[in-house]
Design a protein around this ligand. Structure first.
Ligand SMILES: Cc1cc2nc3c(=O)[nH]c(=O)nc-3n(C[C@H](O)[C@H](O)[C@H](O)COP(=O)(O)OP(=O)(O)OC[C@H]3O[C@@H](n4cnc5c(N)ncnc54)[C@H](O)[C@@H]3O)c2cc1C
Length: 615
């Protein structure tokens, strides 16, 4: 669908001359985000490794105090003005593009030897600049589980203030929602007739209608419209929301095109600390090192794949594995890279008898040309079909009533799949493949039990890591059971009277796939990623040998080093993972700033007064 939009956006004088395309303050702010007097500095109080969802939050919060010298290093570009990033319907152009790290899992027998494509954003904002913008927090119980897993201080009442702090909810303030934060949250200002039919269908089957999936006073179960991180129909990433707001601060340097290769350490295994960070730049390929100032910190925010990769490249990780690739062990931490989680997804897709799919709305009737009306509506009003990434309706469901909470998430898409894999479909759409009318239900095991791992292929910092056993790898087969029931539920929903006027042939899995065994094979063949990678360097209790971080996100046994990103989550949450990552970074920034304030008080005061001041 987005492929249809792109040529139009690039060449239409009409659209280019509308206020949303004329550059304006956002463009100027992005260009100036390069740091003032500190550009030539050799040492910093905070070095942030990766300018993604979490990194941009930290850059803003830590540099709010002008006394802190902050450096943000990001391998990707500043893509905040890029049409593929800004216009939701054009996001399909981001997959396997210059803004994607483009990873792949190793093949396993559980998946009938197919490899799973894993995209990760490579730009300021990271995956918050390339994701599909759904705003979910999971349930309160998800954070109770974090505490049970040893993450003290991360229970629902501890994290809620940080969700509210980060949020600028367009529907106003409430017990669960904040206004005035940096992350704009709204409903997609467009609803396709097929999405309305989906909600009618779930109502016909007796499921609850859900107005707010993030209201923790009620169960997460039910069906409705998801909220998204947009402002007036345009993506709000952490680069546009948080980093752009720090524009012009003299104490913040943002370096794009800087590929971090290693964290430089000093001391032995018992008194290890970070001395600096090594990176190479796009401009000249030269290796550079930046130093930490006395009392400074390095904060790894490279995401659930590259954060463990960077730690291992620096000698922090499982001894045996590091030695097997020829890396000198500086700190033996067996949990680095272990526990990687994702939401596995499969889909059910139908042809549509009427040309009402969102893809039909985005192209001129009977042609493959983009529909100028849809684009003009986005550009002028910030509404219409160009504001949707298509999966903004759905719900949560318990496939087994004895489960404590929902194990299945449904995402309804008012478009036909081009392949049994949702991610392949997006790549095909992005490369301009023909679009047919249809609709699709994507089924996610939203509280999966499987856990995989990140390992190194070699000591080469530029080599892609190995990603293993991420899906269907746990012995109870609970994730398979969830997905199987999901397919059955989707078929039930799409067979209701609400879809009678639209429903054509079932194209995936196809009507021949009926028995449990056949459905299971279809799942093994077609599992794809729902892009929620977490937990590969998780927080946990001091006596948990697999916990990499303490509850303040400090790497165990290494001074002046924290991990603040999705890899720190003790367990994946039931919902998409960007808002929880932003929350995590907000809370981490608060901890760090408080710690620094305590340290400066203690330098200035005798011990007794310090105890009183910080009590
Ligand atoms: C296609 C897609 C769709 C998604 N949809 C949703 C959704 O709808 N809702 C939702 O809540 N979540 C969604 N997510 C997930 C969400 O975006 C992530 O959970 C979140 O962005 C994770 O934040 P992070 O800071 O851990 O990592 P990222 O945001 O991925 O940031 C990591 C950053 O580190 C940089 N980096 C990595 N290695 C290096 C290095 N060696 N040197 C320098 N820089 C480096 C990267 O370029 C990147 O900018 C989606 C993700 C993807 C990819």
């Amino acid at each position: 669908m987005g492929s249809l939009l792109l040529p139009f956006f690039c060449c239409s004088g009409l659209v280019m001359s509308t206020p949303r395309f004329s550059g304006g303050s956002q463009q100027r702010s992005a260009a100036r985000l390069r740091g003032g007097a500190l550009m030539a500095a050799k040492e910093f109080d905070y070095v942030i490794l990766g300018g993604g969802a979490a990194g941009c939050v930290l850059a803003n919060r830590l540099s709010a105090n002008p006394a802190n010298r902050v450096l943000l290093l990001e391998a990707g570009a500043d893509a905040t003005r890029d049409i593929r990033v800004r216009v939701p319907a054009v996001a399909v152009k981001l997959f396997k593009s210059d803004l994607d790290w483009d990873y792949e899992t190793e093949s396993t027998t559980a998946l009938n030897q197919h490899k799973v494509y894993l995209c990760r954003g490579k730009a300021l904002g990271g995956s918050s600049s390339t994701n599909v913008m759904l705003y979910h927090r999971g349930s309160a119980a998800d954070y109770e589980h974090w505490v049970e897993a040893g993450a003290q201080g991360w229970g629902p009442q501890d994290v809620l203030p940080y969700f509210r702090k980060s949020e600028d909810n367009q529907e106003g303030e409430s017990q669960y929602h904040g206004v005035g934060g940096h992350l704009a949250v709204q409903e997609v200002p467009y609803q396709n007739p097929l999405s309305r039919a989906f909600l009618d269908a779930t109502g016909q089957l007796g499921h609850d209608a859900k107005a707010d999936f993030n209201d923790w006073s009620t169960s997460q179960e039910g069906f409705g419209r998801y909220k998204v991180t947009q402002r007036r129909g345009e993506r709000c990433s952490t680069a546009t929301g948080f980093l752009a707001d720090a524009n012009g601060r003299e104490n913040l340097v943002v370096r794009t095109g800087a590929r971090i290769t290693r964290i430089a350490l000093e001391g032995g295994e018992d008194d290890l600390s970070v001395s600096g960070v090594e990176y190479i730049t796009n401009e000249d390929g030269e290796a550079r090192t930046v130093q930490l100032a006395l009392g400074g910190e390095a904060i790894v925010c490279a995401g659930a794949v590259q954060t463990p990769q960077l730690l291992m490249l620096s000698g922090i990780g499982p001894r045996e594995h590091l030695e097997s690739v020829g890396i000198t062990v500086r700190k033996d931490l067996p949990g680095v890279g272990e526990g990687l989680q994702d939401h596995p997804a499969v889909l059910v897709s139908y042809e549509c008898k009427k040309k009402v799919s969102v893809t039909d709305k985005l192209q001129l009737f009977g042609s493959s040309k983009p529909n100028p009306a849809a684009l003009l509506e986005w550009a002028v009003k910030g509404t219409g079909p160009a504001t949707t990434t298509a999966c903004d309706h759905g719900g949560f469901y318990r496939t087994d009533p004895t489960l404590p909470q929902s194990d299945l998430q449904v995402r309804f898409i008012a478009a036909r799949a081009l392949s049994s894999s949702g991610m392949k479909t997006l790549v095909q759409m992005g490369s301009g493949e023909g679009l047919k009318s249809g609709f699709t239900a994507q089924l996610l095991a939203c509280r999966p039990r499987s856990q995989g791992r990140v390992q190194l292929q070699s000591a080469d910092p530029l080599a892609k890591p190995l990603l293993q056993d991420l899906y269907l790898s746990e012995p109870s087969d609970a994730d398979m059971a969830t997905l199987k029931e999901g397919i059955k539920l989707a078929r039930k929903i799409c067979s209701t009277a609400a879809f009678d006027e639209y429903r054509g042939e079932e194209v995936y899995p196809g009507s021949a796939v009926r028995s449990d065994e056949q459905i299971e094979q279809y799942i093994r063949d077609s599992i794809h990623s729902a892009n929620a990678l977490t937990s590969s360097c998780r927080m946990g209790a001091a006596d948990d040998p697999m916990a990499v971080l303490d509850s303040e996100l400090r790497v165990r046994g290494v001074r002046s080093l924290r991990v603040v990103d999705a890899s720190a989550m003790p367990k994946i949450i039931g919902g998409q993972t960007c808002a929880p990552t932003v929350m995590l970074a907000e809370k981490a920034a608060d901890m760090m700033l408080q710690e620094r304030a305590r340290a400066s008080v203690s330098q200035a005061m005798p011990a007794q007064e310090v105890a009183q001041a910080t009590a």
